[in-house]
Design a protein around this ligand. Structure first.
Ligand code: NAD
Length: 360
C-alpha cells in the first residue's frame, strides 16, 4: 500500500529541501504517491494566485501534506499563504518539537522542548485598521467614547482576539500530547498581567483544562520571564502551550537553542488533517544554491511518518540524521562552528549522507 500525500514544494529554498526530504523518506522503503500541489511564487506565475483552490482540495482529500516554506507575497490578496492554509483547513495546532542533537553548534545541551502554538487566532486574524480610513476613525472614536485614553491621533490598530473555545482545544491538545508521549509537564505562557481579557482568558481556560489532567504537572509563566528562563535553563521546560504570536516567537527562540532553524521541524494539525513543514521560511537569498540545511524538512517528514503510524521508519530516519549531525562531516554551513567552513556540504549531499547512514 502507498500513502497518498499532498506534496507542496513551496518556493525559495522550499523545492531543494523538499526534494532532499522526499529522497530520505523514500529510502525507508515506504511507498508514497505524492500528489503535487503548487503554492507560492510558481502558482502565482502559473495560475495568477499564490494559493489555488486545488491545493486545498488535494489536502482535504489526502488528509496529510508535506510542505516546503512559502514566501509571503507582497501586494496580493493573501496576507500570507501559510496563514491562509492554516485558517482554511482549521489546522489549529502548530506543533514544534525542539530537541538537541549532540554535535549541533549550541550553547546548551539536552534541550527537549515541545512548543504547542495556537494557530488560528490572536493577532494573526489580520484584523487591522489604518487611522486614516473610515473604519480606523470609527474605531478610534468608539475607543475614546468608551472611556479609554492614550490613543494618539496618528495611531493604527491591530486587534488581538483570544477565544475560550480555541484556547480550550489547544490546551487539551497539549495535555493529550503530554499523555501520549509520556511527558511530565505543560507550561502555559501568557501576558495576563497586562492583557487581562485576552491572555487572561487564555490563562484561566488553560488552567481549567489542566484540572482535567491531574497526572500532568501544570504551571504558568509570563512570556518575558519565559524568555529569560529559556535562555538560562532550557532543560527545565517540557511542553509549552502558547497563543499564536508568543508561539511564533518562542518557537524560533527554541530553534536557536538546538542549533538553529536548520534543525527545527513542525506540523500544523487539525482534527483530521495534518500539514508537516519546517519552522523556517523560504530564505530567498539562498534559493537554488544547494546550500541550506534540509534536516528541518527531513525531521518534519519524520513527524509525518510517526503521524502515519510508521514508527520504525521514523526512528530509522531520525537516528540517521542524528548520526550525521554527530559526525559533523556531511553537514551544511549552519551546522559548522565556523559558518564559513569550506568543508560544509550542500543540501543534496546531506540527503546522500543520511541515506547512507540508513543503509549501514
Ligand atoms: P527564513 O526562515 O526564511 O530565513 C531566515 C534565515 O535563517 C536565513 O537567511 C538563513 O540564514 C536561515 N535559515 C532558514 N532556513 C534555513 C535552513 N534550512 N538552513 C540553514 N539556514 C536557514 O526567514 P525570513 O527571511 O524571515 O523569511 C523569508 C520568507 O519566508 C518570508 O516571505 C516569510 O514570510 C516566509 N516564511 C514562511 C514560512 C512558512 O512557509 N511556513 C515560515 C516563516 C517565514
Amino acid at each position: 500500500m502507498a500513502y497518498e500525500v499532498t506534496l507542496i514544494p513551496g518556493d525559495g529554498i522550499g523545492p531543494e529541501v523538499t526534494q532532499a526530504a522526499v529522497r530520505v523518506l523514500e529510502a525507508t522503503g515506504i511507498k508514497f504517491n505524492w500528489d503535487m500541489a503548487y503554492a507560492g511564487d510558481y502558482a502565482q506565475d502559473t495560475y495568477g494566485t499564490p494559493l489555488p483552490s486545488y491545493v486545498f482540495n488535494s489536502i482535504r482529500r489526502n488528509k496529510v501534506a508535506l510542505k516546503g516554506p512559502i514566501t509571503t507575497p507582497i501586494g496580493s490578496g493573501f496576507r500570507s499563504v501559510n496563514v491562509a492554509l492554516r485558517k482554511g483547513l482549521d489546522l489549529y495546532v502548530c506543533l514544534r518539537p525542539c530537541k538537541s542533537y549532540p554535535g549541533a553548534p549550541t550553547v546548551h545541551q539536552d534541550v527537549d522542548i515541545v512548543v504547542i502554538r495556537e494557530n488560528t487566532e490572536d493577532l494573526y486574524l489580520g484584523i487591522e485598521y489604518e487611522r486614516d480610513t473610515v473604519e480606523g476613525e470609527m474605531l478610534a472614536r468608539f475607543i475614546i467614547e468608551s472611556g479609554a485614553d492614550g490613543i494618539r491621533d496618528d495611531s493604527n490598530f491591530s486587534i488581538k482576539v483570544i477565544s475560550e473555545s480555541a484556547t480550550r482545544r489547544i490546551a487539551k491538545y497539549a495535555f493529550d500530547y503530554a499523555r501520549a508521549n509520556n511527558r511530565k509537564k505543560v507550561t502555559a505562557v501568557h501576558k495576563a498581567n497586562i492583557l487581562k481579557y485576552t491572555d487572561g482568558l487564555f490563562l484561566s481556560t488553560a488552567s481549567k483544562v489542566a484540572r482535567e489532567y491531574p497526572d500532568i504537572y501544570f504551571e504558568t509563566v509570563i512570556v518575558d520571564s519565559m524568555c529569560m528562563q529559556l535562555a538560562r535553563f532550557p532543560q527545565r521546560h517540557d511542553i509549552l502551550v502558547l497563543p499564536n504570536l508568543y508561539g511564533d516567537i518562542i518557537s524560533e527562540l527554541c530553534a536557536g537553542l538546538i542549533g538553529g532553524l536548520g534543525l527545527a521541524p513542525g506540523a500544523n494539525i487539525g482534527d483530521d488533517i495534518a500539514v508537516f513543514e519546517p519552522t523556517h521560511g523560504s530564505a530567498p537569498k539562498y534559493t537554488g544554491q544547494n546550500k541550506v540545511n534540509p534536516m528541518a524538512m527531513m525531521l518534519s517528514g519524520v513527524m509525518m511518518l510517526r503521524y502515519l503510524g510508521e514508527k520504525e521508519a521514523a526512528d530509522r530516519v531520525e537516528r540517521a540524521i542524528a548520526e550525521v549531525v554527530a559526525e559533523g562531516k556531511s553537514v551544511t554551513y549552519d551546522m559548522k562552528p565556523d559558518r564559513n567552513d569550506p568543508t560544509a556540504v550542500g543540501t543534496s549531499q546531506v540527503a546522500d549522507a543520511v541515506i547512507e547512514k540508513m543503509e549501514e
